[in-house]
Design a protein around this ligand. Structure first.
Ligand SMILES: Cc1cc2nc3c(=O)[nH]c(=O)nc-3n(C[C@H](O)[C@H](O)[C@H](O)COP(=O)(O)OP(=O)(O)OC[C@H]3O[C@@H](n4cnc5c(N)ncnc54)[C@H](O)[C@@H]3O)c2cc1C
Ligand SMILES: Cc1cc2nc3c(=O)[nH]c(=O)nc-3n(C[C@H](O)[C@H](O)[C@H](O)COP(=O)(O)O)c2cc1C
Length: 765
């Protein structure tokens, strides 16, 4: 094969040498516009795992990299005058110039043609090759040349950063968070060679501008940073190398190949430097592309296979990088945290490193986190609140080791007079199994099993406040006095047989009423037996859905009355907590979102107006619900649709809920409009709960793709939420909490009937 690589960075050089090694018959040329020693930047970071994977690609490169690396295990966090150290991280730094030298030497050894100081201005001139590899970096001219084919998007982030070096040999991967009169500066520093460290300085745009760095050249940047970080540099100087202030661009492409042209490395995708993975991704691309070309019979098949193989891990890492870069954009939000929690949230910022990962790396650090968290939880439970003593103080479980603090998941949490015995919550889940609004044996078994399963709080499904408020004819309700004993039977069972508390979720389906069972046609209108539906505005959910009638003031008054009646019934039924469902595009959510509320009266327009009716419902319910019992509201933090609610609006919504006596916000997202564009992924809604919790100062519940106890412990210990809701995980496993306890070595007492299990060891294979 004749192959042209445009760009002699890590991606281009590594790919060229791997291909040539696989078949010396290939004719491979790397075109690089600079000399190799002209490279930008200082050191790059690799984890031990990445180094191993790269060595698997080529042993000689792996060995040379290992010999030139500076290794460290510790991460040091300098925060509010304290240094918090966490160990066991297994990383190393390597000079970028050394890396390129290693790769170039290996290319030369294998007879790859290196054309240095040769800029390719038009890739078309190389299209007669069998393959043109665009390894030309983040500003890829090749990608731009075929822009319409690759369809790149570039998300330019607001923070400013500069990549500097220093002669100070930082002993660990070091983070500094330093205030000056302009704002908060972040430093990411690590050693990559004797007497050499990378020193990246990052700040929000406003801080950077206030410091007058807008027009700073390299010399004035150095002077400013040396002054600011004099203490941190211990008398050492900073070094520059094309060190200009930049904004990080997250690059994505709809396609990575077009005919015989393929994107690899930064040309195809970037990942924020705070996850230290750009070079790793570039080199992994090189291995994958080389492998696909060796395996497949045609270039077309190989490029398709390469993209199919690489896209999922790259996109997953980009999601992690997005969470990480946002943490650094929002660091001001966390500056009041206790140093131990601040460190924990920093270390787990990508939402990929968990409490469990850290426990394996540094058990002492995690024990400290757990001890601190358990202490805070104990204080919170005993705190003198508005009401004297907890009405239902549940005893906690028993750690296997008397000295070990309980993991965060098994700490109690108090809401008004309700004390939950752990932080696991069964998320509300419609069962579409009721008749006439009555919960029946299905609901008893479904909810009862999950209560015995060990969760601290069980939500019953969205339960409707009137017959016409139901999503479907099979939804549960609380609109007839006869519904009360049916619910009371379940509530009593949960209270008698378990330590769980039980909450009702009250709802009105609005324009999503009169639809089919979820598994028969999610949100699809009933084919027969439907009823007229009402909403904020007459906008159907699907084009073929019923057009709702715009609610009048009289309709609103009636709905408020329905909510209050349901609240009184919920008290009679004995529920411990009450949640108003104001998410997922149902009636109240429909008022809140500008996408579904286009009213011109005092209930439409501004957020103030759009929340008027939902708040009227909330006020009326709060007044009817006993003051010692807590109330939550479920919201869709974002609509996942242009023009709809985003995270900033969610904060404003939560602020109002807090002011109206809501104790905790249940932070869900989406389902407002049928053509939403959600960004799913692990813990994808948790960042919204985190933001609300810190910016509003209200407790939050996180929900959405939380499935492991490691994730729950991480969310709680990092302070991203106070409770974690799991829905599908609880359908899969009603005993999820017990299984989590077992895995964590934390003993939850079984009910007497199952006491024999104390001596039983489960085995599945
Ligand atoms: C501040 C900062 C810190 C970083 N820290 C890390 C880290 O710790 N760990 C890590 O793994 N990654 C890190 N990265 C990312 C890393 O630098 C890149 O992801 C990596 O270099 C990508 O490799 P590449 O080969 O795709 O592109 P590049 O390394 O950018 O190489 C592209 C090459 O193409 C050449 N070129 C461009 N156009 C042409 C043309 N028309 N003709 C000829 N040649 C051309 C360029 O001169 C360049 O040499 C960091 C990046 C930044 C900005
Ligand atoms: C079968 C099913 C029924 C659901 N019904 C409700 C409901 O009644 N009320 C509600 O607020 N959310 C409902 N949801 C959403 C869940 O409570 C939860 O927010 C969502 O499934 C994401 O959590 P998970 O990733 O843990 O499943 C339902 C989800 C499922 C899977």
């Amino acid at each position: 094969m004749r192959i042209a690589c445009i760009g002699g960075g890590p991606a281009g050089l590594f790919f060229a040498m791997l291909m040539k090694k696989a078949d010396p018959g290939h004719e491979i040329t790397v075109y690089e516009r600079n000399r190799l020693e002209d490279t930008f930047g200082f050191g790059v970071v690799f984890s031990d795992a990445t180094e191993e994977a790269l060595a698997h690609g080529d042993r000689a490169v792996g060995e040379a990299m290992a010999a030139a690396c500076h290794r460290w295990d510790d991460i040091e966090i300098h925060y509010q005058g304290q240094v918090i150290t966490s160990t066991g991280h297994g990383f190393s730094g390597l000079s970028r110039r050394t890396l390129l030298e290693i790769l170039a030497a290996r290319c030369r050894e294998l007879n790859v043609r290196l054309c240095l100081e040769r800029e390719i201005t038009d890739p078309e001139t190389l299209r007669d090759h069998d393959l043109v590899v665009a390894s030309d970096g983040a500003n890829s001219p090749v990608r731009e040349r075929y822009r319409d084919r690759f369809q790149p998007t570039v998300d330019v982030r607001p923070n400013r950063f500069v990549w500097l070096g220093t002669t100070h040999p930082f002993p660990a991967f070091t983070f500094h968070f330093k205030h000056d009169r302009h704002g908060l500066w972040r430093v990411h520093a690590y050693q990559y060679a004797p007497e050499r460290s990378t020193f990246i300085v990052e700040a929000p745009e406003a801080t950077w501008r206030a410091a007058g760095l807008e027009h700073a050249d390299e010399a004035s940047t150095l002077a400013f940073c040396e002054r600011l970080f004099e203490g941190e540099l211990h008398g050492h100087r900073l070094l520059s190398n094309r060190s200009i202030w930049r904004s990080f661009p997250t690059i994505r492409n709809a396609r990575w190949h077009h005919e015989n042209v393929v994107l690899i490395g930064d040309a195809a995708h970037t990942a924020h430097f705070s996850v230290g993975s750009g070079t790793k991704l570039a080199m992994e691309d090189a291995i994958a592309l080389g492998g696909a070309l060796t395996r497949e019979n045609t270039v077309a098949a190989a490029l398709a296979a390469y993209e199919a193989q690489r896209r999922p891990p790259v996109e997953s890492l980009q999601r992690a990088a997005q969470a990480s870069l946002q943490w650094f954009e929002d660091t001001e939000r966390y500056m009041d945290l206790d140093p131990i929690q601040f460190s924990f949230t920093l270390l787990t910022r990508s939402l990929r490193v968990t409490h469990e990962n850290l426990r394996l790396r540094d058990p002492k650090f995690v024990a400290k986190v757990d001890r601190w968290f358990a202490g805070e939880a104990a204080k919170q439970v005993l705190e003198p609140g508005a009401h004297s003593a907890p009405a239902r103080p549940h005893e906690a479980g028993i750690p296997s080791h008397p000295d070990a603090p309980p993991p965060p998941i098994f700490t109690p949490f108090r809401l008004r007079d309700l004390v939950l015995w752990n932080r696991v919550v069964v998320s509300p889940m419609c069962q579409y199994s009721a008749e006439g609004g009555f919960p029946n044996d299905w609901h008893m078994v479904h909810l009862g099993a999950r209560a015995i399963g060990g969760a601290g709080l069980i939500f019953v499904e969205m339960t409707d406040v009137s017959e016409e408020a139901r999503i479907s004819p099979w939804c549960t309700g609380l609109y007839r006095p006869e519904h009360v004993p049916a619910w009371r039977r379940i509530v009593d069972f949960v209270h008698r047989e378990s330590r769980a508390a039980i909450a009702i979720q009250l709802g009105h389906a609005g324009r999503k009423a009169a639809t089919q069972r979820m598994w028969e046609g999610d949100n699809e209108p009933l084919e027969s037996g439907g009823w007229p539906v009402v909403a904020a505005s007459p906008i159907p959910y699907f084009p073929h859905s019923q057009v709702p009638r715009e609610m009048t003031a009289a309709d609103m008054e009636q709905v408020v009355r329905d909510y209050v009646r349901a609240t009184r019934y919920a008290i009679e039924a004995g529920f411990d907590m009450l949640e108003i469902h104001a998410a997922h595009g149902y009636l109240l959510a429909g008022f809140m979102s500008p996408l579904t509320n286009q009213r011109r009266d005092e209930y439409g327009g501004s957020l103030e107006n759009r929340m008027r009716f939902p708040l009227a419902v909330i006020d009326a319910v709060r007044a009817a619900w006993p003051s010692e019992k807590p109330m939550s509201v479920r919201i869709s933090a974002v609509d996942w649709y242009p023009g709809g609610h985003g995270p900033a609006e969610a904060v404003e919504v939560a602020r109002r809920l807090h002011a109206h006596g809501i104790d905790i916000v249940d932070v869900s997202a989406g389902q407002t409009v049928a053509d939403q564009q959600p960004v799913y992924g692990r813990l994808f809604q948790t960042p919204f709960a985190d933001r609300i919790r810190h910016e509003v100062g209200i407790a939050t519940m996180a929900v959405g793709n939380i499935s492991s106890y490691a994730d729950v412990n991480t969310i709680l210990a990092a302070g991203r939420a106070d409770l974690c809701l799991l829905a599908r995980a609880h359908l899969w496993d009603p005993y999820w909490t017990r299984h989590a306890a077992y895995e964590l070595g934390f003993r939850l007492p079984w009910p007497g009937q199952y006491a024999t299990l104390d001596r039983y060891r489960p085995r599945f294979i």
